[in-house]
Design a protein around this ligand. Structure first.
Ligand code: NAP
Length: 311
C-alpha cells in the first residue's frame, strides 16, 4: 500500500515552492512534483527587478534556485517529475506520475501558465528557426538581425528591450493603438532608438523555408496588407493556464483558469484541493503574488487537514 501524504504539491515555480516551504515548516512533509523542467516562467527571464528584497535585481534562475533550496531545507521532498493524470473522485486524492500513483489527503495545484501562440501559417513550422516565445532563451542567436515582437503587454516591452542588445532593429507589432503594458515599461521601450512600433497591426503569415525571412502584416484599420523582410519573430501575447490535467476534476473559468471557491482564498471546487499562482490568477500573474498564494494554499491545506481530515 502506498503511503498517504498529507500535502502533495504539483508545480515547481514560485507558488509551488512557497507552498512547499510553508507546508514543510508546518511539519506536513510535503511531496512536490516539480515537473521535468522546474522553476516555472522565471527560468526564462533575465533580470527580475520587482521581487521585493532584491534592491539590485536578481536573475530569474538564481531566485528560483533560492526558492527551491529554502523549501528543501525544511524537508520538502522534491521529485523532478511531471504529474501525468489525477483522480479526485474519492479520498485519498490520487496523482499519477510515470508509473506511480501518489496518494494524498490534500493537493495544491501550482502548475502555472505557458506562452500563447498566434496560430498563423508558418509559426509552428518555423518555431526554433526564427520564431520564438522566449527572447532570453533565443535572443542571442539574432545578432545584427531585424526582429518583430508581437504583443502590447509588459512581456512584449521586456522582450523588445532585451532583444535590442543583439538585434539591429526591433519592430513591435501591436493590434491596437495603445499598449497594455505598464507606463514605465512602455516608456522605456518607446525611448529606445532601436525599437519602432507598428500600431494597429497583426501578423497574418510568417514566411521562410529554413529560417524566417519575413512576415505578412495587416493594418487592422485600413485592411492594408504589406510584406516586411526580417529574420525573427518573437511572440509575446500572454499565457494560458496549465490546467489540462484538471479539466475533468475542478471547476475552471471560460479561459481555463481554476475557479476559486471563495474570493481571496485558495480552495477549489474539490474539497482538499487548493490552487496557487498563475494557474488560478488571470489578473496579477506576478512571482510575488504567486508566492503569496502559495503560502495561503499551504495554510489552507493545514487547516483542512486539522478540521476535516482530523490530522
Ligand atoms: P498581457 O498583459 O495579457 O498582454 C498580452 C498582449 O498581447 C496584449 O497587448 C494583447 O493585446 C496582445 N495579444 C493577445 N492575444 C493576441 C493575438 N492573438 N494577436 C495579437 N496580439 C495579441 O500579457 P503579458 O505581456 O505576457 O503580461 C502578463 C502579466 O505579466 C501582466 O500582468 C504583466 O504586467 C506581467 N509582466 C510583468 C513584467 C515586469 O514587470 N517586468 C514582465 C512581463 C510580464 P490587447 O492589449 O489588445 O489585448
Amino acid at each position: 500500500m502506498n503511503d498517504i501524504h498529507k500535502v502533495l504539491i504539483i508545480g515547481g515555480g514560485p507558488a509551488g515552492y512557497t507552498a512547499a516551504l510553508y507546508a514543510a515548516r508546518a511539519e506536513l512533509a510535503p511531496l512536490v512534483l516539480e515537473g521535468s523542467t522546474p522553476g516555472g516562467q522565471l527560468m526564462i527571464t533575465t533580470d527580475v527587478e520587482n521581487y521585493p528584497g532584491f534592491p539590485e535585481g536578481v536573475l530569474g534562475p538564481e531566485i528560483m534556485e533560492k526558492f527551491r533550496a529554502q523549501a528543501e531545507r525544511f524537508g520538502a521532498q522534491l521529485l523532478t517529475e511531471d504529474a501525468t493524470a489525477v483522480d479526485f473522485s474519492s479520498t485519498p486524492l490520487q496523482v499519477l506520475t510515470n508509473g506511480k500513483v501518489h496518494l494524498s489527503h490534500t493537493v495544491i495545484i501550482a502548475t502555472g501558465a505557458s506562452a500563447k501562440w498566434l496560430g498563423v501559417p508558418g509559426e509552428e513550422r518555423l518555431t526554433g528557426r526564427g520564431v520564438s516565445a522566449c527572447a532570453t532563451c533565443d535572443g542571442f542567436f539574432f545578432k545584427d538581425k531585424e526582429l518583430l515582437v508581437v504583443g502590447g503587454g509588459d512581456s512584449a516591452m521586456e522582450e523588445s528591450l532585451f532583444l535590442t542588445k543583439f538585434a539591429s532593429s526591433v519592430t513591435i507589432a501591436h493590434r491596437r493603438d495603445e499598449f497594455r503594458a505598464s507606463a514605465i515599461m512602455a516608456r522605456r521601450a518607446l525611448a529606445n532608438p532601436k525599437i519602432g512600433v507598428a500600431w494597429n497591426t497583426v501578423v497574418e503569415e510568417i514566411h521562410g523555408e529554413e529560417q524566417v525571412t519575413g512576415v505578412t502584416l495587416v493594418d487592422t484599420l485600413s485592411g492594408e496588407v504589406r510584406q516586411q523582410s526580417l529574420n525573427g519573430v518573437f511572440v509575446a501575447i500572454g499565457h494560458r493556464p496549465n490546467t489540462e490535467l484538471f479539466t475533468e476534476w475542478v471547476a475552471l473559468d471560460e479561459r481555463g483558469y481554476i475557479t476559486l471557491a471563495n474570493a481571496g482564498g485558495t480552495a477549489t471546487s474539490v474539497p482538499g484541493v487548493f490552487a496557487a499562482g498563475d494557474v488560478a490568477d488571470p489578473i496579477y500573474r506576478q512571482a510575488v503574488t504567486a508566492a503569496g498564494t502559495g503560502c495561503q494554499a499551504a495554510l489552507d491545506a493545514d487547516h483542512y487537514l486539522q478540521n476535516t481530515v482530523g490530522l
